[in-house]
Design a protein around this ligand. Structure first.
Ligand SMILES: Cc1cc2nc3c(=O)[nH]c(=O)nc-3n(C[C@H](O)[C@H](O)[C@H](O)COP(=O)(O)OP(=O)(O)OC[C@H]3O[C@@H](n4cnc5c(N)ncnc54)[C@H](O)[C@@H]3O)c2cc1C
Length: 400
């Protein structure tokens, strides 16, 4: 059987290896000059290739259960075994994140490429597929200057996230040309924009905070961990984790930060009272010294409506409660995200209802399959997106 894989990223390489292992003659088309370009940039160049924690609740889209058959057939442990069989050792971090033992994303791409080549996959790089249509009992795959016939096609073109690394709408368009739909698309795992004047002074400051995204008072997502302030807004792992909720919520979303998540409000108020009592000669500038980053302390004071030169003796209980309130609930309106170019994943995609979850074959076009991010599936930060790419590529490549 002649099989075309469109897209030489994570899911495409996996699908190609699997189909070739099943005895198919496989051609993989990759528009960029080399396969796995985005993979090289994953995990800050280390490639967080999977996550050993339960996938329960970690995937999003119209039907998160759609991922179940693929992930059950090829869970994180199977991904590790698979990579080991290709000669790639992996290491697990206490958080459950899995990385190549070499700490190099390049090794992941290399072993996949070696395996594809060894199994006879024809890797056609610099080969963008522009058209896809039904032809006789199979498909005609259209390149710039030629059309090639195949019995089966697996679309593995990824999503629009990470534009500079190859993110493109191409997969959606190819599938649309055969009658498939598309949900709205949102950047996810992405930095959030807030009014710049509220955060500019904090550029470069990091805080261990709790972040909650709310809209009209309704909590949408919550996370805790490192938050980085930037000149445009908020970044850092904890922000990435709630970014999907902020991105899809649209206008009116608010990020609420607890800047001292380990210290309950009464304890914080008591500490502020002690500071004012014990150091009557100090001013507002030093009220929060030792509790939060100095620059953050100054911004909190300003947000609470006080000046830095106000003597500590002038902060009565009400004033201290107001300041403690800002520390525990620093609210910033979310005005947008840093967009698809900066996002790690696309929320939304080709509707999963149009594909069989147990095979990833199209319900509309027999013989057509899709895997990876092109489908309306996105995972949490921490290796879940690559785990979906491997598992779905593995399942689609079986061509059931
Ligand atoms: C900066 C960054 C860091 C990330 N870090 C992590 C991480 O550490 N862990 C994690 O789990 N996830 C991470 N992700 C997400 C993860 O990389 C993706 O979810 C995953 O690569 C999706 O796999 P895919 O096969 O669907 O698409 P991709 O890996 O994007 O591959 C799609 C391929 O198809 C090619 N293509 C598209 N259209 C055509 C066409 N018409 N013809 C030929 N070729 C085509 C593209 O050039 C591309 O190479 C990160 C993403 C980014 C952007």
């Amino acid at each position: 059987m002649q099989v075309a894989i469109i897209g030489g990223g994570a899911s495409g390489l996996m699908a190609a290896i699997t189909a070739a292992e099943g005895g198919c003659a496989v051609t993989l088309f990759e528009r960029q000059a080399r396969v796995g370009r985005k993979l090289l940039a994953t995990g800050n160049g280390r490639c967080n290739l999977s996550n050993l924690n339960s996938p329960e609740g970690r995937y999003h889209g119209a039907d998160p259960d759609f991922t179940r058959p693929a992930l059950e057939a090829f869970p994180a442990a199977a991904a590790r075994d698979f990579f080991r069989s290709l000669g790639l050792l992996t290491a697990e971090e206490p958080s459950g994140r899995v990385y190549p033992f070499s700490d190099q994303a390049g090794s992941v791409v290399d072993v996949l490429r070696f395996a594809a080549e060894a199994r006879g996959v024809e890797l056609r790089t610099g080969a963008e597929v522009y058209g896809l249509r039904r032809w006789e009992d199979g498909f005609l795959v259209g390149l710039l200057s030629e059309g090639l016939g195949f019995d089966r096609v697996i679309v593995c073109c990824g999503g629009v996230a990470g534009g500079r690394l190859g993110g493109t709408k191409s997969g959606y368009e190819l599938l649309a040309s055969l009658g498939h739909g598309l949900t709205p698309l949102y950047p996810a795992l992405v930095q959030l924009k807030t009014p710049p004047e509220r955060v500019r002074a904090l550029k470069g400051v990091r805080a261990d905070a709790r972040v909650r995204i709310e809209k009209e008072g309704v909590p949408l997502a919550e996370s805790a961990g490192e938050v980085q302030f930037t000149e445009y807004g908020l970044s850092g792992p904890a922000v990435f984790e709630v970014s999907r909720a902020a991105s899809t919520a649209g206008e009116g979303a608010v990020a609420r930060l607890d800047l001292l998540r380990g210290t309950p409000m009464p304890e914080l108020e008591a500490m502020l009272a002690a500071r004012c009592r014990d150091f009557p000669r100090l001013t507002g500038e030093n009220l929060l010294t030792g509790l939060v980053h100095n620059r953050l302390g100054r911004v909190v004071l300003r947000e609470a409506g006080f000046t830095q030169d106000r003597p500590l003796t002038a902060f009565n209980a009400r004033a201290r409660a107001r300041i403690a309130g800002v520390v525990k609930d620093f609210a910033l309106p979310v005005t947008g995200t840093m967009g698809f170019d900066n996002a790690q994943v696309t929320a939304g995609g080709v509707p999963t209802a149009e594909f069989e979850p147990g095979t990833l074959q199209s319900r509309l076009v027999p013989g057509l399959y899709a895997a990876g991010e092109v489908l309306d599936v996105d995972g949490d930060c921490g290796g879940f997106n690559l785990q979906w790419a491997w598992a779905s590529g593995r399942l689609a490549g079986r061509l059931l």
